[in-house]
Design a protein around this ligand. Sequence first.
Ligand code: B12
Length: 210
Amino acid sequence: MTDFNRLSEAVISGDFRQAEVLTKQMVENKVDPLQIINEGLIAGMNVVAVRFKAGDMFVPEVMMSAKAMSTGVELVKPLVTESDITSAGKVVIGTVKGDMHDIGKNLVTMMLESVGFSVIDLGVDVKAETFIEAIKEHHPQIIGISALLTTTMLNMKDILDILKEEGLRDKVKVIIGGAPVTQEFCTQIGADGYADDAAEAADLCKRLVG
Ligand code: B12
């Protein structure tokens, strides 16, 4: 079993102490931080996703897996965001109203910071009005909205509508993502971009501000 497999197993079994020990070891051994995330932590979470869907894992167990994943990500984060590049732009990000999922959003935040964006993270269950207030306060070039539920992804449209009402739609680019979100949905609601994963999200933001 490779170290990546062991780390994945720690995430799958929700053993956050083991995830911490293994991640620390890999960091000390100078393993590429992005590989730790992708081949260890996310690989584990992908298995969790399949088992949850199949009814082989339940919410409390998935929460333990999420905790193990976050424990690892927190340890690796400083290494990925260490770059002292001047700000590439400002992004306000949040998970849409009604939705508590934040693992993907946090990864996108981390990746954006690592390529030099300053990111204001509004957290989860973010109301459209809160996005509007944040735009007025921080003047970002981009807002990023995450949704993991087919029900809550519909709330993304509300944010676009309110942006129009407030006369802010042409002041800010809107990007969306999360497992149920597609390019088709993005086009349908009139958002400016969609990305499938955190690395693509960073490329997308660079394109939008470039
Ligand atoms: C972990 C998890 C949970 C955890 C969340 C912990 C946390 N802190 O986030 C807990 C246990 C709390 C949870 C709760 C629930 N969950 Co849940 N959960 C998951 C699970 C297994 C994994 C999600 C995840 O973190 N994936 C890993 C990350 C890395 O991937 P990601 O989020 O997709 O993000 C990537 C991309 O999408 C993209 N991205 C993400 N956001 C953004 C934003 C932008 C701007 C961009 C550009 C890109 C981008 O980049 C990310 C990184 O690569 C999914 C299964 C799945 N297939 O997604 C179900 C899933 C999303 N959950 C589901 C459900 C039903 C629920 C509950 C309703 C369960 C319940 N009965 O209580 C509640 C809802 C609570 C709420 N109101 O939000 C369903 C949704 C079904 C549907 N059709 O809507 C899923 C699909 C499982 C299933 N198949 O049934 N869940």
